[in-house]
Ligand binder design. Structure first.
Ligand SMILES: [Zn+2]
Length: 400
């Protein structure tokens, strides 16, 4: 069944990006974004739209300042033609990653170049506290770059799910599902006066990898996300896969140990209990809610601290289980490992994970990549979620 229930998106006014809103405009923009500089003839070939249609759409995108025309290189004795490139600074997007302690915000352009970034701590670990921190972030950006604010096309927000479910305790540090209720998002969108899109943090990170990062060259990949908890996001056949309620990829709650440790979801033996920053913090006696904890883990990784290494070595079989589950289910080209965990911690985990078990397709090497990591990585993904909402998901859905 086609999923007709979309994430909330309200109030459209403002940027040129939002005015170029027909499906074919979006498709042409997407082709220019991913394949430019590109000639109009080539766009016509790629999209199967007529040359006249492409001429008209490109002229309209040019009038909206979303693209630039440039002379192509002369090959042989011919005259130079004109090629189309994206005007990457024509539109900006907020990306906000919110958890129970802080709202991390970035503003990126159409190519994922970060224009601004900031972090605000929550006064309380509640939806109201999160909304206030997000509004503060937008105000902080406007204090520095108010002239750029009209270019902001929308706001992508990433939070830890699962959403829309009654089975998870609000006291657990690994999720913030009460933030993602429709009522709270409507209130936040009214306050921001921007279209907002909420995405599960791991899916947002996967969209970020696909839009800006190391997933750009792959049609099929899985993203394994190390935040405080463990999640995964899927990019399948060139598009994100969200699931019915946006909760696809909750790999942290796959049961890997029958009768194992009790989990926030109500089950026992979930993968996240053994393979996550939360699990590492329990091992080292650190607080996952403390904003300095990730810096501390990064220092331990830099020193190759024996207690950290010992936890990683103990967690490697669980890491292999996670990779095995993703590969057996999805047959992806690669698995990208990233998230808000420190880069050097993830590098150490990937290093200690070798040798890796064989995938079902027999592949041994080159299938585990490190993606974007660090405290702004999910916020970058969230900005891509907002941007990708303005581009066509697939050139196979042309309106001729
Ligand atoms: Zn669980």
């Amino acid at each position: 069944m086609k999923n007709t229930k979309k994430s909330p998106s309200f109030r459209t006014s403002g940027t040129n990006l939002r005015r170029a809103k027909t499906h074919n405009h979006s498709v042409v923009l997407e082709v220019i974004r991913t394949q430019g500089p590109i000639s109009r003839t080539e766009i016509s070939r790629v999209t199967s739209l007529s040359r006249q249609t492409i001429q008209n759409i490109v002229a309209q995108l040019d009038a909206l300042d979303l693209i630039r025309m440039k002379a192509s290189k002369v090959v042989g004795r011919g005259h130079p033609g004109m090629e189309v490139i994206l005007n990457a600074d024509a539109a900006l997007s907020f990306g906000i990653h919110v958890d129970k302690t802080r709202a991390t915000a970035v503003v990126c352009n159409l190519e994922g170049v970060q224009i601004w970034g900031g972090t605000n701590n929550l006064a309380s670990a509640t939806p109201e506290g999160a909304n206030a921190a997000i509004l503060d972030a937008v105000q902080d950006f406007r204090k520095e770059f108010d002239a750029l604010y009209p270019k902001v096309a929308g706001c992508g927000i990433a939070a830890a799910g699962p959403f829309d479910t009654g089975s998870v305790s609000e006291k657990e540090p690994t999720n913030f599902h009460e933030f993602g209720t429709e009522e709270n998002l409507r209130r936040l969108s009214d306050q921001l006066a921007l279209p907002i899109v909420l995405e599960n943090d791991a899916t947002a990170a996967a969209v970020g990898e696909s839009f800006y990062g190391s997933g750009r060259e792959f049609e099929n990949f899985a993203f394994l996300q190390f935040g405080v908890g463990l999640g995964s996001g899927f990019f399948l056949n060139g598009d994100q896969y969200r699931g019915t309620k946006g909760n696809a990829g909750e790999i942290g709650h796959v049961i890997v140990e029958l009768g194992g440790e009790h989990c926030s979801c109500g089950n026992t033996g979930c993968l996240e209990r053994y393979l996550s920053i939360d699990a590492l913090c329990r091992h080292l006696g650190l607080s996952p809610d403390d904003s300095h904890t990730f810096d501390h883990i990064s220092s331990l990784a830099a020193e190759r601290d024996p207690a950290l290494i010992s936890w990683i070595e103990g967690a490697v079989p669980r890491f292999h289980q996670a990779l095995n589950i993703l590969e057996a289910m999805l047959d992806p080209e690669v698995i990208i490992v990233g998230g808000t965990a420190p880069e050097n911690f993830l590098d150490l985990l990937i290093e200690k994970g070798a040798p890796y078990p064989r995938s079902l397709s027999g592949k041994l090497n080159g299938r585990i990549l490190r993606g974007t990591a660090g405290h702004q990585s999910i916020a970058m993904g969230a900005s891509a979620v907002s941007m990708s909402a303005h581009f066509a998901p697939s050139v196979s859905q042309l309106v001729l």
